[in-house]
Structures are given as structure tokens and as C-alpha cells.
Ligand binder design. Structure first.
Ligand code: KIV
Length: 275
């Protein structure tokens, strides 16, 4: 029997049942060590394809591959025990058709052991979401600003600032919910639109730059820790760990150059021969 048998991970149905209830707390994580810290306080850990930009310095999420998502998904699963881990489907791994999406999603579920996948897109992805859900794949949707569409959108700007744009985005959220997704990320939309989406769909909305009325919130961990040089307007910096990392590295470099590190307590003394 597993030594972890007493700890039950949250599931997609647990999160689905939180509509209108206690806010769903979510953050991204890409590594085992950050997953361990995040797991203690969060209901959902997203292994987001933002890892391409945050970890690898890419200009967008487009170059991220299925293999990259699986590798970091495995790390996050090793580091966490309680939160529902959701792994993003990267650009190009699902848009072609529902069978392709199923193959990619099942690779993620089998090879990471995570509890759900996330994919971007509203009405245009509804058929694919339904196909996956009917075959046992829990799906988190993602509407509003969808960063994988950056080439078509032209920039990472907030969506639905004009009321005329609301119906299409509302329809997207409703289509995702009706197709069977267990929750939906609503990214960078005008606040009243985020509120209206939350009131219009039967599944929990997880806001990022959306509205405090959403059923939950998510941020990219490195953004809220102050580790990324530039962060969107919707990010609140809860920490500023960049300068403490820089200071630690500076101290280390100086002590190595001065030969004060390693000190005696960091070295192994010679074992004295037993008489
Ligand atoms: O990739 C990601 O980190 C995301 C969040 C911004 C929701 O999709």
C-alpha cells in the first residue's frame, strides 16, 4: 500500500462542485520544489505553457512542445500531494482535430499522472472538449485572452474592453461549459465581463486579470514573486525574491573569490585511523 494513501488529491469533480462556493486558489508551478510550496495553500496547480516564456525566455508560448509539458508535469506531480494538477496542452497538440487532441491529452494524463488538461479556445474548441470529456479526459477551458493566438491577435492586450465584444466572449465561455469542461480560465478581460461570464456559466470561472467575482483566481507564480522582469497589469507582486537571489549569488561569488567558502563546517575532516 502507498505511504501516501491517507492524502487524497483534489479531483476535477471536486473543483467543479465549488461553483459559487469558497474561492478556488490556483497558481502555476513548473518544478517539484515550487510545487511542494504551492501545494500547501492551493486547490489547483497549473503546469502552464507560460513555462516557455518564464523558464525558457521564449517570446511567446508557441514553441512549447508536448514533451516539455510532460517533463514539467511529472516534476510537479512528484512535488505535490494534495492539489489538483492541471497540465496545459501546448500549441499545435490539439487544434487539428479531436482525435489528435485525444492522443495528446492521454499522453499527458498517462505520462504525468495529473488530474486534468487545459486547452485554449471557446466555441471553436467545443466539439473537441466534448469528445475528450466523453472519453474520460477532464478539461479546463481557457477564454478571453488566449496567448496561443498571439499571432492572430497581434498583442497580449485585454479583451472585451468594448461592450460590443462581449457577446462573442460570453458565447465562448458558455460553449466551453456546455461541452462539459469542469472549469474555465478567464484571462485578461474587462472586469464587468469577467463578472458577467461568472454569472452566466454553470462551471467555476478561474480569473487571471478578470474579476474578483470569479469563482477562483490564478497567477503565474514567478510573476507574483517578482522574479519575472515584466509582468502584466493584473499581477499583484506578493514577493520580491529577485533581489534576494541576486544578493545570495553576490555573497557566494565574493566568498569563493576570498576563499572563505567553504568554511570548516562545510568540509569533511579526515577520518582518524582506529587504534
Ligand atoms: O500558461 C499559463 O500559465 C496559463 C495561465 C496564465 C492561466 O495559462
Amino acid at each position: 500500500m502507498s505511504v501516501q494513501a491517507d492524502i487524497r488529491r483534489l479531483t476535477a469533480p471536486d473543483i467543479r462542485a465549488r461553483k459559487g462556493g469558497a474561492p478556488i486558489v490556483s497558481l502555476t508551478a513548473y518544478h517539484a520544489h515550487t510545487a511542494r510550496l504551492v501545494d500547501q495553500h492551493c486547490d489547483v496547480i497549473l503546469v502552464g505553457d507560460s513555462l516557455g516564456m518564464v523558464m525558457h525566455g521564449m517570446e511567446s508560448t508557441l514553441p512549447v512542445t508536448l514533451e516539455m509539458m510532460i517533463l514539467q508535469g511529472q516534476a510537479v506531480m512528484r512535488g505535490s500531494r494534495r492539489a489538483l494538477v492541471v497540465v496545459d496542452m501546448p500549441f499545435g497538440s490539439y487544434e487539428e482535430g479531436k482525435e489528435t487532441a485525444f492522443r495528446s491529452a492521454t499522453r499527458i494524463l498517462k505520462e504525468t499522472g495529473c488530474g486534468a488538461i487545459k486547452l485554449e479556445g471557446g466555441s471553436r474548441m467545443a466539439e473537441t472538449i466534448r469528445f475528450l470529456v466523453e472519453r474520460g479526459v477532464p478539461v479546463m477551458g481557457h477564454v478571453g485572452l488566449t496567448p496561443q493566438s498571439i499571432l492572430a491577435l497581434g498583442s497580449f492586450k485585454a479583451q472585451g474592453r468594448d461592450r460590443a465584444d462581449w457577446p462573442a466572449i460570453l458565447d465562448d465561455a458558455k460553449a466551453v461549459a456546455e461541452a462539459g469542461a469542469f472549469s474555465v480560465v478567464v484571462e485578461a478581460v474587462a472586469e464587468p465581463l469577467g463578472r458577467a461570464i461568472t454569472e452566466s456559466v454553470s462551471i467555476p470561472t478561474i480569473g487571471i486579470g478578470a474579476s474578483p467575482a470569479c469563482d477562483g483566481q490564478i497567477l503565474v507564480l514567478e510573476d507574483m514573486l517578482g522574479l519575472t522582469p515584466r509582468a502584466p497589469k493584473f499581477v499583484k507582486r506578493y514577493g520580491d525574491i529577485g533581489p534576494s537571489i541576486a544578493k545570495a549569488v553576490e555573497d557566494y561569488a565574493r566568498e569563493v573569490r576570498e576563499r572563505t567558502f567553504p568554511a570548516p563546517e562545510h568540509t569533511y575532516p579526515e577520518r582518524k585511523p582506529v587504534a
